[in-house]
Design a protein around this ligand. Structure first.
Ligand code: SF4
Length: 487
């Protein structure tokens, strides 16, 4: 998972708005941040850590240009080094910069292919750099056709930007997995495209000639751009230097949107693929309550802050119990789920949550969480609640058991780390140490999304793209190496 934002505003410097919009996406990645703007050349700034840290001693005037990109990195490929922080930039062809959210499942074979051709080497371990080279390769081929002097179809002339769309189409055909992409093409404009399944989100905001592409609509809110629409799966949108918008459906759409965006990843204020994230979370809480068989044993409802808050409030309303703040989040702690390894995660749970004995002591508490992935957070929370005097602890997961790895850019690629991959309900109840455990059913989860075509692979094992066993192992091995190395 990463946060990406591209912005073009003809005649205006965009760096300040990129910064503000980027801050609104910081929840999507805290490993690193990077920005590039373009006037007559690329001005790039990147590093490990938060976006605010990156800009602490920087003067925005040194980053001129009316178009640019910003990315908030959450490492799901590579080693998490500074070299892997986006945007990636290439000077040939044209001058290209790229930001990407997602994960390529065929990264290893693409690298081999690029190297075999003998003229492209992917320098970092990031699959986003691979993606940039694949696009650059496709665009170079378009240029070679031009230079050969061979007759071309009129619609492939650069003047009408069909060369950019054709390169995007070839990239979509070549890459597998999840990729929401925004590219800056020197002297030509911004190009955005989304993989044919639209696994990761990407929306567009526009006011006059000012246009932005963002992972979540909350970034558009912050920079004052109305949400126009989401890019369709398999679609590319190009905005030229005058702010004119050109759209192409390059590959037939086979939508399978990541359901985890609604459960946990996205901010509640965002609207993704036509669905309000907070409204989905409220429905998740209602569904949990409708199947709750222990309501008369409960006294108070807590959420695990903050992505379960909306679900907990609606759950409490449905079972007619008070919703209280028994668990609060330390705002200066990072999200533990996206910490780089298990040791860091375990340590962070202890500092991330603060508990109020006054509302916990002697109570039978219902704890609503968005999901149980590794079980680390749930186990530590339950221990802390008991230390603060909770009489009984009932745990409710707003999503079904996470049993399968995610190969599309969420850090759940090592199946042995998923607590429910080898445990049934009774074993999970014991594992996290609760008196009662209830999961959302997959059918109820799908109902809460009201017919939206979904990827639910981490719950169901049904992957929307072809993923062979070797690729699964490659991705799992790479993540395990990062966890072990950083630990
Ligand atoms: S496997 Fe799960 S987390 Fe990964 S894209 Fe699909 S729904 Fe999202």
């Amino acid at each position: 998972m990463c946060g990406i934002l591209g912005l073009i505003d003809p005649g205006q410097a965009v760096v300040s708005e990129l910064y503000r919009g980027g801050l609104a996406l910081q929840h999507r990645g805290q490993d690193g941040a990077g920005l590039v703007v373009f006037d007559s050349r690329f001005h790039r700034l990147s590093g490990l850590g938060l976006l605010s840290e990156l800009f602490r001693f920087k003067d925005p005037k040194n980053y001129p240009g009316s178009l640019g990109l910003v990315q908030l990195r959450y490492a799901t490929a590579g080693e998490g080094s500074a070299e892997e922080v986006q945007p990636f930039v290439l000077s040939f062809p044209n001058g290209l910069a790229l930001i990407h959210n997602g994960n390529l499942t065929n990264d290893a074979s693409l690298r081999k292919l690029l190297e075999q051709r003998g003229y492209r080497r992917v320098n970092s371990l990031s699959d986003s750099e691979t993606l940039l080279h694949v696009y650059a390769d496709a665009l170079t081929r378009q240029r070679a056709l031009e230079l050969s002097g061979l007759p071309r179809l009129p619609e492939s002339a650069p003047e009408n930007n069909e060369d950019l769309f054709e390169a995007a189409r070839l990239t979509m055909m070549t890459c597998q997995g999840a990729f929401s992409v925004v590219m800056l093409i020197a002297d030509r404009g911004l190009l955005a495209f989304r993989d044919p399944h639209g696994i990761r989100p990407l929306c567009m905001g526009r006011q006059g000639q000012k246009v932005a592409f963002a992972s979540e609509s909350v970034a558009l809110d912050v920079i004052g751009l109305p949400l126009e629409r989401d890019l369709l799966p398999g679609e590319a949108v190009f905005v030229d230097m005058q702010g004119n918008v050109h759209c192409r459906q390059l590959i037939p759409a086979r939508p399978a949107h990541c359901v985890f965006e609604y459960i946990y990843l996205a901010r509640p204020e965002s609207v993704i693929d036509g669905h309000s994230v907070s409204a989905v979370r409220e429905r998740l809480g209602q569904c949990l309550a409708s199947r709750c068989t222990t309501a008369n044993e409960l006294q108070v409802v807590f959420d695990v802050p903050s992505s379960a808050e909306d679900a907990a409030i609606s759950f409490a309303r449905e079972v007619d119990l008070p919703y209280r703040k028994g668990i609060r989040k330390n705002p200066y702690s990072q999200r533990s789920f996206i910490a780089a390894n298990q040791a860091l995660r375990a340590g962070m749970v202890g500092t991330k949550f603060l508990f109020e004995k006054r509302v916990i002591d002697q109570q039978a508490v219902a704890v609503i969480d968005d999901s149980i992935v590794r079980g680390t957070t749930a186990r530590r929370l339950v221990e802390s609640l008991r230390q603060k005097g909770a009489w009984r602890v009932y745990f409710f997961s707003a999503s079904p058991p996470v049993r399968h790895t995610c190969v599309y850019g969420i850090d759940m690629a090592v199946s042995s780390e998923l607590a429910a991959s080898t445990r049934n309900l009774e074993e999970m109840t014991h594992e996290i140490g609760v008196d009662h455990l209830q999961y959302q059913t997959l059918a109820d989860l799908e109902d809460c999304l009201q017919g939206l075509p979904l990827c639910t692979a981490c719950f169901s094992g049904n992957y929307p793209t072809a993923v062979d066993a070797e690729e699964l192992e490659d991705i799992g091995r790479a993540r395990a190496k990062v966890s072990a190395g950083a630990a």
